[in-house]
Design a protein around this ligand. Structure first.
Ligand code: NI
Length: 264
């Protein structure tokens, strides 16, 4: 499997549960833009069988290089980002939920999910888009989400892109994140306004916005329920004093972006 094949498989999986992202992609292309992907975000649990290194392995094996790390104290998350050497492929941002900092109840529910994954599944190269590798009831989902929105999301959707991100730098018909926001709102899409619609600033070298996660009908062991799935993000990067484009992330902004999948 080549990196192009893996990224394409991830996109196909992502738009299946977030068709609005495909619609937005098509709207940009219809305006004469070539949509370039800035980064893909993945989520996992910090657990001996999972964690960032397990999810990153396929990408590192294909040539991705580990870069910076990020701490989200309040949400009890830790993250790292990985870059393709010449940045011709999207960055991969992987976060993990520090389950050891949660209640015994949450830890035992998460362990119950993780134990259902067999060894073979853990090492498939496309683990980043296999979806939910466990059975989960809406009851368990609800208990998890009451303690952590992130844990609830992960229990329902499993391993798949949480979001893709349009590089605003590469759009021809928009130069600012705020212009993209106006365009999307005119087209009827809802944006995440937690911490303001545009997160970050030119001084922080990264400006971002995102749609709110699409509400989708999802099946659980005890019936179907509508839950928040995935969203689309828009990022504009600025140059370092050296003139080189900044490729990192801003923890304070990412902290708010995580809330795009919260219950509304
Ligand atoms: Ni992101």
């Amino acid at each position: 499997m080549t990196i192009e094949q893996l990224l394409d498989e991830m996109w196909q999986d992502y738009v299946k549960i977030s068709p609005a992202s495909q619609q937005i992609y098509d709207l940009f292309e219809a305006e004469g833009n070539k949509v370039v992907n800035d980064h893909i975000a993945l989520r996992t649990f910090r657990h001996p069988r999972l964690g960032i290194s397990q999810l990153a392995k396929a990408f590192v094996d294909m040539g991705y290089v580990e870069k910076d790390e990020y701490h989200f104290e309040q949400k009890k998350l830790y993250a790292k980002h990985f870059e393709w050497p010449d940045n011709s492929q999207p960055k991969i941002f992987i976060s993990e939920l520090k389950i050891e900092e949660f209640s015994e109840g949450l830890q035992s529910l998460v362990n119950g999910l993780v134990e259902q994954i067999d060894e073979t599944t853990l090492s498939v190269p496309n683990f980043s888009c296999i979806g939910r590798p466990w059975k989960v009831s809406h009851q368990v989902y609800s208990e998890l989400i009451n303690e952590s929105e992130y844990a609830g999301w992960l229990s329902a959707f499993g391993f798949r892109p949480n979001h893709f991100t349009v590089s605003v730098n590469h759009l021809k018909s928009f130069s600012e994140v705020s212009d993209v926001n106006v365009f999307l709102k005119e087209k009827g899409f809802q944006l995440n306004s937690s911490g303001g619609e545009v997160k970050g600033s030119p001084e922080q070298l990264l400006e971002q916005s995102s749609t709110l996660a699409q509400q989708v009908e999802t099946s659980f062991e005890d019936g179907s329920h509508t839950v928040a799935s995935c969203y689309y993000e828009f990022a504009k990067r600025h140059s370092l004093p050296s003139g080189e484009l900044y490729h990192g992330f801003v923890a304070a902004s990412a902290d708010k972006i995580f809330e795009s999948t919260d219950r509304q």
